[in-house]
Design a protein around this ligand. Sequence first.
Ligand code: ADP
Length: 262
Amino acid sequence: MKVWLGLDVGSTTTKAVCLDESGRMVAHGVRPTGISGETTAKDLSKELLASLGVVAPIRIVATGYGRARIEEADKAVTEITCHGRGVSFLHPEARTVIDIGGQDSKAIRLAAGGQVEDFAMNDRCAAGTGAFLDVIARRLGMTLDELSAALGDACAEVGPLPVSSTCVVFAESEVVGLLAQGHAPARIAAGIHQAIARRTVTLIRQVKGEPPYYFSGGVARNQAMRAALANELGEPVVCAEHPQLCGALGAALVARALDGLA
Ligand code: ADP
């Protein structure tokens, strides 16, 4: 069996996707990046290849925050290209990709053929990213699943509680204050989702994003975030298939393209 490997070494998680000769996804995995992205990527690749009975892939393409450190890679490619490519492979109709990961968020406008036409990125500040949600969930004593599930009921009548701080550190203190005043954790969580959605919509407007909107990255797994974004945009936001793997899939597609394969 011939395999092309895409690695997405993110700040929070490392993802790997293996495509076979026909372009089918034959193996994939996600694990926490931990202290060494290189070691994690190596271990995850070894595990996936072993599960397929393959000794070495034909080519490796790396993307993500830690892509430059993957020595085995034939090429390193930006996450913008890879998320655009991965999402448009799965959803050729996508025109705008919203990618929110652990430490950054992006809006990517695609041309009709799936090429990146424009993008905007926030990688300076944790507000508007998964890390923000992780910190607040911990502070509210909820898991990410509980955080996203709690919102629907709590906010049906009273709406989100606005959180005004734009910085994670200040927002965390604000949340502590709101809890002390007796506000319901779910309403506070809804306010946080609304704040992140508003920041993301600013990025989308910067690139003149148009529907259909597709959501990739780990945070796309959060249904409350999908709903908050749709609410702010006034348009449906579709969760990409395998949202957390789209970058690694895009990298694997670039790996195939190096050998002239679509
Ligand atoms: P990166 O590529 O930057 O390492 P990911 O795209 O893997 O990041 O996204 C990581 C983020 O995804 C986490 O910070 C977390 O907020 C979010 N996430 C991961 N799994 C889930 C889940 N099951 N439900 C909600 N959010 C999730």
